[in-house]
Design a protein around this ligand. Structure first.
Ligand SMILES: [Zn+2]
Length: 198
């Protein structure tokens, strides 16, 4: 029977995506064995993150500065806006360095089943950004899931009245696929083949 502290750490790690109770116990065991070497780095990194992490008020990305590094980067094309469901999608697209514009994170997708409506997502702030007239193109980069595509259609309708070109990732994406899990080749192809909605 492990101590209360070790159990608490195991339970906390077991809540992380991709880790179950077994993997969490193995991670804890490894940390206990390597505590002098591994713990200080981990503690420092966790502390730094918990102190500095903020949500970008412009795009909804998570970074250590607000506006985030992407919004603050003047070399990026302010005329192109890529709308994604989650922060992980920004990171996936930006890791591949495929898109030179800026992003807008919805914070989820429309879902009748989960009771998530337009007012629950960062849609009003998206319309605000487009209303300034500085944006020429909005790329709807939703996941190729039913709810992702429903969200894209809804956004396309809402954006229709604005003078902006609306494009969507091509359906080279696997059905049911999520951006975060795609290889860079598939992502690149889908982004290159984006096309007008409707
Ligand atoms: Zn930002």
């Amino acid at each position: 029977m492990a101590s209360q502290e070790i159990e608490a750490l195991s339970a906390a790690l077991a809540r992380l995506p991709g880790l179950g109770p077994r993997s969490a116990r193995r991670a804890v065991l490894w940390l206990v064995k390597n505590r002098e070497r591994a713990l200080p780095d981990l503690l420092e990194a966790l502390d730094a993150i918990s102190q500095t992490l903020v949500e970008c008020e412009t795009c909804g990305n998570v970074d250590t500065i607000n506006p985030c590094g992407i919004c603050a980067d003047v070399r990026r094309d302010a005329k192109a806006l890529c709308v994604v469901e989650d922060v992980a999608d920004v990171w996936a697209l930006d890791r591949a360095r495929l898109f030179q514009g800026r992003y807008h994170v919805l914070g989820g997708k429309l879902s009748a089943l989960d009771g998530i409506g337009p007012e629950d997502l960062n849609i009003a702030s998206l319309i605000d950004r487009v209303s300034t007239g500085e944006v020429d193109e909005v790329v709807l980069a939703m996941n190729a899931t039913l709810e992702g595509q429903t969200t894209a259609h809804y956004l396309a309708e809402r954006l229709e009245e604005h003078k902006v070109r609306i494009t969507q990732l091509a359906h080279g994406l696997p059905v049911g696929g999520e951006l975060d899990y795609l290889d860079e080749g598939t992502l690149a192809q889908a982004l290159r083949a984006r096309r007008p909605v409707g």
